[in-house]
Ligand binder design. Structure first.
Ligand code: MN
Length: 425
């Protein structure tokens, strides 16, 4: 039975709204105590499965990996470098062990107590040592909205946008895992009517809702990845919040693009949902007109039907409020095009590199992926249920993003990505 089969059931109880049914099995890095040793885990329902325990007990049949492989891993990088066959073999073996009719784990209380830890009790860490981080700009709606704000409706999309999957090189050292607080950055800004710039706390702090993927096996320097081989190099996906200081960005971005407006923090969700697990949720993307150059041409459906939501909670609010709902299927450039384009000049991608989509905005104002668009450059502040308004983020605001693919009676989800704004130093 295929690990994606909608009919699969686990002996672990998983309610239909859970993000982690047996059809998902995302990989992550956890520790049992905050400072304890880091281990590779797989999420199932309310539990984390410790792969080092299963491997040590030789519960992965016919495995190519040694019994102590997972006990030696503090991040996913070495596992990612092994390639798609190894990822599939392990996910399939975990799926077999978790099935409702598989006795090995189900019927051994001792083994379950050793290998299955409540997710609520563990600390999650960055899934990989991210060597390089690239942020694309793949939503036509987002690029158009920002273009209208900057240049007016007649020149909203730059002439290269429909030909080139545009991106910039981000900063890997400031990528943090969900739950990490984010300090409001200091920076240089210049008000429209001011004669000189000032240095101080950003006043236009924003979020960007994105979907990112971790590169699995990489390519050698000088050896491009043909787009037909791109899927073999994509391990899996996380939610990304590309925190952005719009006032710093506005003053610094020309002529070389984003710099300090972006590199103070980028948050990612801890569970990596494999490309394999998203197989049934691949859908046709937007029609690409004009047709991309041949090196960017790939038959098949490569947009991903991931429902996405942004929630905001201020210090005055007892709970959070949804402020946007969108879908990753709206992206214009797909992940295979992003990866193939990135490597097309011979740039070497490496296991654990993060390639993010860019802000995901849908066609309607309630489906925009940044505050810049939701409040339209501050001109239409959003009003929250308690009467507060927001044009940009205030200190103490918490932004939570979530996403999932809806299957028949189950969800293949990403869990949550959350972060709270701390006041500037
Ligand atoms: Mn971005």
């Amino acid at each position: 039975m295929n690990a994606n089969d909608p009919a699969l059931r686990s002996f672990v109880p998983v309610p239909p709204e859970s993000h982690f049914p047996i059809q998902n099995l995302p990989f992550g890095i956890f520790s049992r105590t905050p400072q304890g040793p880091r281990r590779v885990g797989v999420a199932i329902g309310e539990f984390v499965l410790d792969l080092s325990v299963l491997a040590e007990k030789k519960l992965f049949p016919g495995q190519a990996l040694s019994a102590d492989f997972f006990a030696r891993q503090e991040n996913l990088n070495e596992f990612l470098s092994l390639g798609r066959n190894a990822w599939r073999e392990i996910r399939s073996a975990v799926s077999q062990l978790l099935r409702h009719d598989a006795a090995a784990l189900r019927d051994s209380i001792a083994l379950r107590e050793e290998a299955m830890i409540p997710r609520a009790s563990v600390t999650m860490h960055l899934p990989a040592r991210i060597g390089d981080y690239t942020d694309f700009y793949s939503s036509k709606e987002h690029a158009t909205n920002v273009g209208i704000m900057l240049r007016g409706p007649d020149h909203a999309l730059m002439p290269n946008w429909l030909h080139v999957p545009i991106a910039y090189h981000g900063r890997a050292s400031s990528i943090v895992v969900s739950g990490t607080d984010v300090r409001r950055p200091l920076g240089q800004t210049k008000a429209e009517d001011a004669v000189a710039p000032v240095f101080g706390p950003s006043r236009n702090l924003d979020f960007e809702l994105e979907l990112g993927f971790l590169v699995g096996s990489g390519n050698s320097l000088g050896a491009p990845i043909p787009i037909a081989e791109a899927p073999e190099h994509i391990f899996g996906f996380v939610l990304v919040n590309d925190w952005s200081a719009r006032d710093i960005q506005k003053w610094e971005y020309q002529p070389l693009g984003p710099f300090l407006a972006k590199n103070f923090a980028t948050s990612i969700s801890p569970w990596v949902v494999t490309l394999d697990a998203l197989e049934l949720f691949r859908v046709a993307g937007q029609k690409q007109e004009p047709e991309p150059l041949p090196y960017l041409h790939l038959p098949g459906d490569w947009a991903l039907a991931v429902q996405l939501e942004i929630h905001l909670q201020t210090e005055m609010m007892p709970g959070r409020q949804r402020i946007s709902a969108t879908n990753a299927r709206f992206l214009y450039w797909n992940v295979c095009q992003q990866l193939a384009h990135h490597a097309s000049n011979g740039c070497n991608l490496q296991p654990g590199d993060l390639l993010a989509s860019g802000t995901i905005s849908g066609p309607t104002p309630d489906s925009y992926g940044s505050m810049l668009e939701l409040a339209w450059k501050g001109t239409k502040p959003i009003t929250l249920a308690n009467g507060e308004t927001r044009a940009f983020l205030q200190d103490g605001d918490r932004v939570t993003m979530t996403g999932w693919c809806q299957g028949p009676g189950y969800r293949v989800g990403f869990g949550e990505l959350t972060g709270r704004i701390l006041p500037a130093l």
